[in-house]
Design a protein around this ligand. Structure first.
Ligand SMILES: [Ca+2]
Ligand SMILES: [Ca+2]
Length: 175
């Protein structure tokens, strides 16, 4: 049975199912070096989140939400588990990120959204909307400071672990 994504031709790895036989995880070695470089997470049979080790050093450096999980695709250049910049993010998700950054007073999370005008255009926003968004970004910074957070934030880390919380991994099958 074909499932979308996370199944590049020639990849080998592991499938993990729950007791009802539903696919939970797919761990793939896509370049044949016997090291897993894609960790795919499924919800209700649909891939919703993926960790990618793009430079094949054993550590994830891209975090991608997809399917019903959204369209965000974050890049973690220094592999510290926190997203440094966005490869893909929709206007709606930018708004949600701004709200979350303000709520948790996470300045770094916020700064990731301070996009250049080219990137804003790439999101398909009109000139006026882009200006509005840039204004909101500028207005947001003092708010973060007023909350008395250190410049380094102190907010929670980015939610890349949100799909790792499920406890037991009952059955794995080599593919
Ligand atoms: Ca890596
Ligand atoms: Ca990082």
């Amino acid at each position: 049975m074909h499932r979308p994504g996370c199944d590049r031709a020639g990849g080998t790895g592991w499938l993990v199912f729950n007791s009802a036989g539903q696919l939970l995880r797919r761990f793939l070695d896509t370049n044949g070096d016997n090291k897993i470089d894609q960790w795919c997470y499924y919800k209700n049979g649909i891939e919703v989140y993926r960790d990618i080790d793009s430079n094949q050093n054993g550590k994830a450096d891209q975090y991608r939400w997809l399917g019903t999980g959204g369209t965000r695709w974050g890049l973690d250049d220094n592999e510290d588990g926190r997203i440094d910049r966005w490869k893909v993010i929709s206007a709606e998700e930018v708004s949600a990120e701004v709200v979350a950054a303000l709520r948790t007073a996470d300045e770094k999370r916020f700064q990731r959204l301070l996009l250049g005008s080219e990137e804003l255009k790439a999101l398909g926003l009109g000139e006026v909307q882009a200006t509005e968004l840039a204004k909101k970004n500028r207005r947001g910074r003092p708010v973060l400071r007023r909350l008395g957070q250190t410049p380094d934030g102190g907010g929670q880390g980015f939610g890349v672990d949100q799909f790792r919380g499920e406890s037991s991994l009952p059955r794995a099958r080599r593919i």
